[in-house]
Ligand binder design. Structure first.
Ligand SMILES: *Cc1c(COP(=O)(O)O)cnc(C)c1O
Length: 392
């Protein structure tokens, strides 16, 4: 007989999923009710309103897609891009590469603007590409590149896209709830996120939001959206306002309780306070990491507080350290991806994981494990450096 699965209680400080606030786990365990039950429909309306707050938008079409962040990405592309369209993609890590895959599967042409892994997307390069490809209909890029820990200046890139009459599609999977994001003020046309990063919710949902300009493009499409499940014209009938809801798919009822709770927690804290908390904990972690003698990959100006890429000391076995952290401390940090594999660790401070006890645990565990492995670190200095930051 197979027995029930009881996972250990880990501390999740990788690139996501992040630590779940216990309030969210308990919300998820509440009784399942029908997805067309009037009380559930009322809760869906609250989720939409709370998402508008999180995204800082009044966009009517602001909903969670019933699938993970990658589905939110796909939802933006399949609805906005038609065969023959040209899309300019700024890539500076893993996720821009996935955008290219999406555009090509929509029958479009992806024009890639590359920046180094660890650098932000360069506005001048985007402008050059826009001049060279006047037929482009959209520009897409990632605000918070989780593969490298880089933050890109959204407002500047969106302004450029609009100056050349393109829609702006933004990946906010790791930024929503963690760093400044203002959909209306920055005039973003289409944006998608995920629940398991700075919202600290369970994985499996993807909040999206579309401006009126984007909705008009969707309504004027010549071809049908090739995805039935992600076709927003159908999804809108399900999530649309008022009591008339057309059955589209069965909403993941309990997962939406979890998202509702995560967003209630965000509203209680206040969005700007949440951004400030991520920054504070990043500063404390940074003080500790530097006191240990380790360094950051990304220059300070473009560094994400919620995703810290730290250079692995020469001669130290990446996997052995992560395994020791997991086995001895129940602590998960992330490995490097692509060209950064084996060279960096990715330490996440996302949502509920962005707090003092996590920072101190991570620093003391790294201090002990690296000392044990004879790495050239300054033993015993990291925790007090972080505490000094909190005391300021
Ligand atoms: C995690 C992530 C995604 C993908 O989200 P999933 O929920 O894993 O599908 C997309 N973009 C970025 C920037 C991410 O960090």
């Amino acid at each position: 007989m197979t027995s029930s699965f009881y996972p250990p209680q880990r501390t999740l400080m990788g690139p996501g999923p992040s630590d779940i606030n216990p309030r969210i786990s308990s919300a998820m365990a509440r009784p399942t009710i029908g997805h067309l039950d009037p009380l559930f429909v009322g809760m869906m309306d609250e989720v939409k309103g709370l998402l508008q707050y999180a995204f800082q938008t009044s966009n009517e079409l602001t909903i969670p897609i019933s699938a993970p962040g990658s589905a939110g990405m796909e939802c933006c592309f399949v609805n906005l891009i038609e065969p023959g369209d040209t899309v300019i993609i700024c890539q500076n890590g893993v996720f821009g590469g996935r955008m290219k895959e999406n555009v090509e599967r929509c029958g479009g042409t992806a024009v890639m603007v590359h920046d180094q892994w660890g650098s932000a997307c360069e506005p001048q390069k985007l402008e050059d590409a826009l001049k060279l490809h006047p037929q482009a209909v959209a520009v897409a890029f990632v605000q918070a590149e989780t593969s490298t820990g880089v933050s890109t200046d959204v407002k500047t890139l969106v302004d450029l896209a609009h100056r050349y009459d393109c829609l702006a599609i933004v990946d906010a999977v790791t930024s929503l709830g963690g760093t400044e994001l203002r959909v209306d003020e920055w005039k973003i046309d289409a944006i998608y996120s995920g629940t398991q990063k700075c919202l600290s919710c369970t994985p499996g949902l993807s909040p999206v939001s579309f401006s009126q300009r984007a909705v008009d493009v969707i309504k004027k499409r010549k071809s049908t959206v090739q995805s039935w499940f992600l076709n927003l014209n159908l999804v809108m009938g399900y999530w649309g306002s008022g009591s008339k809801r057309a059955y589209h798919h069965t909403a993941p009822v309990n997962a939406l309780y979890a998202l509702h709770e995560a967003l209630v927690i965000l509203e209680e804290e206040g969005l700007e306070n949440a951004w400030a908390r991520h920054a504070l904990n990043h500063n404390a972690l940074k003080a500790g990491i530097e006191a240990l003698g380790l360094s950051f990959v990304v220059p300070q100006a473009n560094r994400l507080p919620q995703l810290n890429a730290v250079t692995i000391p020469e001669g130290i076995d990446d996997a052995a350290v992560r395994t020791a952290l997991l086995n001895d401390y129940n602590l998960e940090i992330g490995a490097g991806l692509g060209p950064m594999a084996g060279k960096v660790w990715r330490i996440g401070l996302m949502g509920y994981a962005a707090r003092k006890d996590n920072v101190l645990l991570c620093l003391s565990a790294l201090d002990e494990v690296l000392t044990r492995m004879h790495a050239p670190v300054n033993q015993g200095k990291a925790v007090s450096a972080a505490l000094a930051t909190y005391a300021q």
